[in-house]
Design a binder for this molecule. Sequence first.
Ligand code: M6R
Length: 601
Amino acid sequence: MCGIIGYVGAQDAVPIIVDGLKKLEYRGYDSAGIAVYANDGFSVAKQEGRLNALETRLEEQPLFGHLGIGHTRWATHGEPSDVNSHPHIGSQNKIAIVHNGIIENYKQLKEYLERRGVSFASQTDSEVIAQLAEYYHRGNILDTVIKVTGRLEGSFALGIMCLDEPETLIAVKKDNPLIVGVSEHGNFIASDVPAILKHTNKVYYLNDKEITILRKDGVRFFDFDKEELQKTPETITWSFDSAEKGGYPHFMLKEIMEQPKIMRDTINNTSASVREAMNELDITQFNKIVITACGSAYNAGFVAKYVFERLCRFPVEVELASEFRYKDPIVDERTLVILVSQSGETADTIAAMREAKARGAHTLSIVNVVGSAIAKESDICFYTAAGPEIAVATTKAFSAQLVVLYILAIEFALRLGKLTADDSDKLTAEIALLPDKVETLLSQVDTIQKYAASCVGYKSIFFIGRNIDYAIAMEGSLKLKEISYIHSEAYAGGELKHGTISLIEEETLVVAIANCERLYPKIISNVEQVISRGAKVLLLSNFENAEQNDHQSHILLPPTVDLFSPSLSVIVLQLFSYYVAANKGADIDKPRNLAKSVTVE
Ligand code: M6R
């Protein structure tokens, strides 16, 4: 959570930082702030609320400078307020910092400094970094930063300015993302690539426990022992447009519409790399697979459990990463742990990965953000080719994760001798058809939009399915509640009678997903049970003859094998959620209380 950016160079830092913050706002949007070096001191603007509140303030009281840092906040310690916003500046007005992460021992450090006469302005954990830096500073900012980081426990990506070195921007990374961009007019730090893509596509990825010193004309890197490091920049291939809305009202809609392309790209990129990686990996050494992830990525794992188990006849457990890490998990060198993450920076998933590795498990990750912590630390990483995903609600990254998981499951099944080459080819061909089928569904956007517009008044919306349809119902429910704030739950159809059905009344909508042929009559019985108790039903199904009447609407999905049908159901579920939220006037790309990358526990 939280986005940080910094610039030092020939141009005015303020518009560069504000523009970068716009691209980082998906990481947190409780408050925002900026500090620049000007006239022998720091000029600061910090504002509770969305970034446009800070912009308005900057129009009224403009700032100028060639060195600056900016921050967009997702509050962890201290309520969203002007004073708790970043940047934080020490009480001697000498060192300014922006921080993404959590300082776990901030209370002890705060007490330590307070005993020595330092007074604090905010309730944040982050302020302690600025105060400690001023307390230790003896003239050399690199030495100060090394000393400070030695006392910090927790996670931090930091941008730092010091009055003693007014042409220097200094930054540190530990357990939170940070990149360095270099351009002809100046150099940047940022939490993520889109923030600086307008200026450069040459990027250095910092590793944990690395420090960088940026000046107008160069960048240097150090480790925590002050040893200078040689690093090579990477060239980002995303176009600048990929991080823009491109005429759509929201990033979420743009990202939904991009799915046929990103699925094609992911299929093309992944097929060969999975085969190659599997040549190196003896999968017969494993006796179980554990998939662990959070939120939608967990739901992708839940879908994959059905696919792997059906194709491979191999036990697969799916665990929430936040639970896995504390449950004393039963994993060892005979376990393959699959981590799924768009950002590759989710704190719980990183911790689960480290826990699994510490127990000897082999780790394989499916990640979207290149160079992220999970991508780097897992034993094998497959990238999804979704490009930058900006909307907090994931759509295209989820679809890309599903296709990678299908491809992996087929390859596993083949190597375990559970699938013939012929059957594997047929399934692979079916995957290749999915992007076209998604395109067909996207062309029905008007029908879904119209239906969704009539659903705004529901107080509760339930999602039901059986087998793999249940797994994708979970994602439908999460998507809806996340952006529309309508209460929603997902249930396995057969579970309704064990409790949930008591919630069904006139004001309830039930979205039923029915793509598994052998279970079709069963889920239809569940549909009849809820209709007879007053619910309205939206049926998503590839069975052409599904009934339509006053109580039940049907959206016909293109046919595919049931194992891959989640890739089609989810498109309707995403559009449905999007249009319900849009009709409610919700802030779709930035739902309340959420942030895109959850880099805290
Ligand atoms: O970056 P990750 O895929 O690890 O993020 C995991 C979840 O935080 C994420 O999927 C979240 O649930 C989405 N906002 C759902 O749309």
